[in-house]
Unconditional design. Structure first.
Lengths: 259, 259, 259, 259
């Protein structure tokens, strides 16, 4: 085993039985929800009942927000040009970069760097870090919203976290950062839904490297639904509408030496 | 609305409320499982309790099978070359073509073409179609397995379908095709797990164009778990090992007129 | 060699020398143009001087047509979301499906099926095939243009082909199909630039399976230039403008059993 | 124009004429080589004769190195799974990350940061920067080779640069860094081909953001040739060979509460 080129602890065969993280796939089927199985492949163990409910709630929160985001536009555009559904899904995944779908990962990374194994006074740490960030003119990802004083999805997430018994360090830290930012800046800086999910995933023990993947897993079903809709409702193929684009480069000039 | 370039019935805003197929996203969060939400975006309505359990079981069945499939190899290879997680997911999706992950779609398409709105004697229809296919030397996708006389995952799926009260036309047709094929060919031609899932999705009323997307949704979490494992356990970058490849083109020859 | 998993005749090592189709890479550098090297990797041998000029002319013809095509929009959108240049190029390549960039391949395939090893009266064959297609109400790809009676790029291509001494079967066949179509339909059905390039590539002896790749090779530099322009001139990130999109799905409805 | 969402200076229409950076596409066809047209879209103007020859030489140098690199393996694997040629090209592009095909960009960025508008004693600057890097234990990208004391492709590139009259600041700086590194470390630290191309592109006046795109443009034809070879010589589909992979995760364990 040690010298194999390709090794994994995610899934494989043990004595002819297909296992996911050690659990027989056959036994998982019908006994755990898909959300639980996602938790299992990402984390290495099955969730408790509260973790299962929280995981399903967070995945549901991210599934789709309509047709405007670039992941949907890119996916529908690629399908519309005469390509396969899986190519269109790939195009959707390609758009999910730092500025679109990247916030959960960024927040988790920052929270884990700032909080780490810190024990004790979370509010004091939040104040200290907010001061540091403001002095360095750095922005806290995961806070602020263009419309809301409080992001209703965050409110829902935090309610559920409380109901399910999550209330550990990272959520406390995130809320303390929100309160400190608002006091310092004297305007709403609400913990947004990406920041809330990031804090909860941290409290669940997920490594920040899982953050982007979590969002992709949650969003792909929406992308697929959009592609199927493009397939069944629209005609090929999409290009920019006349009047929405133009050329602003050098004026007409001859090619030197052309015949 | 009619003249908008980009319209969708999947998700959007109604009077400032984000909805998925009409349901407020806020209400879905915490009240339905992620598997149910997937069903909702793909089908347009929420599943019944049996449909929910069946959907979760089928998604779980496809989540991962180990490191060997090309979707995993491509995803890990792309990440290993110094690319982002979402690019690696895209590479995984790109591999899921006709020969890898395409069987559910192909079976659903065929089943819907063959069975359509047929009412009545399913076994007779199966016999008729098997005879047609054999006469034309065409292969039935979804039947046969290199190892099993009966695919244990199929057995599990059919048990669950029966337990949950699914037993409608498509499952009966698929089993009848299996039995007819085996009688005609005098060897095991078991309905495999792709065929079983295809039949159940058909009985649930899904259009065959959803088939590939269903598989992608189910498999992406496994791909993400593999990429995170590549990130946290392996060093860059993967290339073919020495001795596994070679050049068999024209022998050495000079470039005409080279200096 | 025979039992290696990965073999290629494109490039590799011979006695420590890197070769492309047998030619030392070191000797190719500085002695042949990039267009010639493209011809070499695709065809297996170096072009003659006329083939070299024709190849360079055709590649140049396809390099870019502005910002409107979906390949450019997808590539710029992906980059704009905070992704890498190579991911954005990949998104551009993904859009080049059957309806966008697929015409050269489709024409080459059709021309090779229709003409094959046919010797002799090309005009008669063209008439016969046009009649067949019209009887079957099938469309000839590569003919017709929404603006032009004669596509100026086609005119240029055919002039160059004549100047360089290309004038073999496929070009004659393509022009004969054009003339026959126009006589039969009594309206302009000009051979378009995709059809002209397809005919010339066929006369050069390229397999039709090279057609899509030829177009991609020619178009990628334009896509790269657009991505660099997005990088250096634009701010992140692009999403659909307000007012251009909407939701037309089911009206607001409660989630059954929600709390 | 100012308020258009999509503007470009790369290509478009002027009074009904398709232009590339102001030059009529019709005039470019047949009058300039494809390498020149690539230079044009990337740089904004046509190359001089020496620039043209250098550009073609550098593009040729990067076209393909055999089947082992991950870009080729990923592209062939994706095609092999039953996907389209353009999807396979996309997979190839996706692999070209920081560790595979990223060196030209990295060198150009560093060279432009270090040299900038520096006038005068290039050798002195090289010594200063090498000392800085060594003190900070930072590695210079573009130097060192596992096999060669002098990279023969670099030698060829520098010969051509000299022959064509290139010899400006960046090449001198790169060679001075090589000599200083070797003197300081007392072992071969040859400027490799990526570093040489980077220096020449800098001397030509290209922005470092073009570096990765240059490599992708040069390499895609090789990737296309490999995909066509996979299409015409191989059977579907590629997966890891038995015995090359394994599972090293948790041992077999029951699913809690499973029936």
């Amino acid at each position: 085993m040690a010298d194999l080129l390709w090794k994994t602890s995610v899934a494989g065969q043990i004595d002819g039985t297909t296992v996911i993280r050690g659990y027989p796939l056959q036994e998982l089927i019908g006994n755990v929800s898909f959300g639980d199985t996602i938790y299992l492949v990402l984390k290495g163990n099955l969730p408790t009942a509260p973790e299962s409910r929280m995981m399903n709630a967070m995945l549901t929160a991210c599934i789709d927000h309509g047709i405007a985001p670039p992941s949907v536009v890119a996916a529908r555009t690629v399908f519309s040009g005469g390509n396969s559904l899986n190519s269109a899904v790939a195009a959707g995944a390609l758009t999910l970069g730092d500025f679109h779908g990247g916030a959960i990962e960024q927040c988790m990374k920052l929270f884990q760097e700032l909080l780490g194994d810190h024990q004790g006074d979370v509010a004091g740490l939040a104040k200290e870090k907010v001061d540091e960030f403001r002095a360095a003119k750095k922005r806290f990802p995961g806070f602020g919203h263009k419309l809301y004083k409080r992001d209703p999805r965050t409110v829902r997430m935090l309610e559920l976290a409380q109901e399910y018994g999550f209330g550990a360090n990272y959520i406390q830290f995130a809320v303390a950062v929100q309160d400190t930012l608002e006091a310092a800046m004297d305007r709403p800086m609400p913990l947004n839904v990406d920041g809330a999910i990031a804090a909860i995933l941290c409290d669940m023990g997920f490594d920040w490297r899982v953050g982007k993947g979590f969002f992709i897993i949650a969003r792909i079903p929406g992308v697929v639904a959009h592609i199927v809709e493009e397939w069944t409702r629209e005609k090929p193929f999409r290009r920019l509408p006349e009047g929405s684009y133009g050329y602003d480069g050098p004026g007409l000039r001859p090619v030197p030496g052309s015949k």
